[in-house]
Write a protein that binds this ligand. Sequence first.
Ligand SMILES: C[S@@+](CC[C@H](N)C(=O)[O-])C[C@H]1O[C@@H](n2cnc3c(N)ncnc32)[C@H](O)[C@@H]1O
Length: 253
Amino acid sequence: MELNNDYDTWAEIYDQIYSDLTVDVDFYKRLASHSKDKILEIGCGTGRITIPLAQAGSKITGIDLSKNMISILRNKIKEFDLNISCYEMDMKYLSLNEQFALIIIPFNGFQSMLDITEQYKSLTSIYKHMSSGGILALDMFNATTDMFDQDKKIWYQVKEIFDSNNNKNMLINHSSKYNLNNQTICTTLMMEEIISNKITKTTYNDFILRFTNRYESEYLFRNVGFTIENLYGNFALDSFNETSEKMIWILRK
Ligand SMILES: C[S@@+](CC[C@H](N)C(=O)[O-])C[C@H]1O[C@@H](n2cnc3c(N)ncnc32)[C@H](O)[C@@H]1O
């Protein structure tokens, strides 16, 4: 079984899997609507959040580590004639020569920082790119006990996509392994292409994310210099508690 831990490979299938994920869009749109200045989105991917924000009138710059993610976003910018600047860039080494009043890192993007050194590097780099009083908003998943109860030997079905043009089905399954010492979760996505009830192709894509708990995250953000404005537990903006699905942080410089 060949494993790819590479956002470039993920880029090809990203929209098929996640384009109907919309629970967070209004939250980021609302935040962006309060900002007259340019917004920076870190880990913009193929533009799932970037595009609706630009369409709602926000001036937005997106950066992403993955060349292929950025290339897909650039094609959409051309196709829909959008006013979005985007660059291939690592959040640990931002170099944009401007400061932003609002920076967002949607959909677990910050959790690609796989140890404390990476977390500090990226947060310090972000801090330098923020104007005084600016806001950093990011969401991460909350590592609940339910999550650890998943059986690593089982493939859980994520979704089934039917491609009517080619009369084929795509089954997306996932399985996760945890490393509690490093606080990482390695998720493998298995994509099975099915034509006439037969599996004709199977591909795998791995991605690793790091989970931190509430108090560790708070300590980290405060150490970089941020004040904590708010912590929500979901996109309905309920207060965070230990069973919350998300940690949605609003941090101020
Ligand atoms: C879960 S995706 C989120 C994409 C998009 N913002 C969304 O909400 O659909 C996380 C993104 O972070 C990007 N990423 C991972 N490590 C990064 C880094 N060091 N610097 C910048 N982007 C990174 C990945 O390439 C990927 O596109």
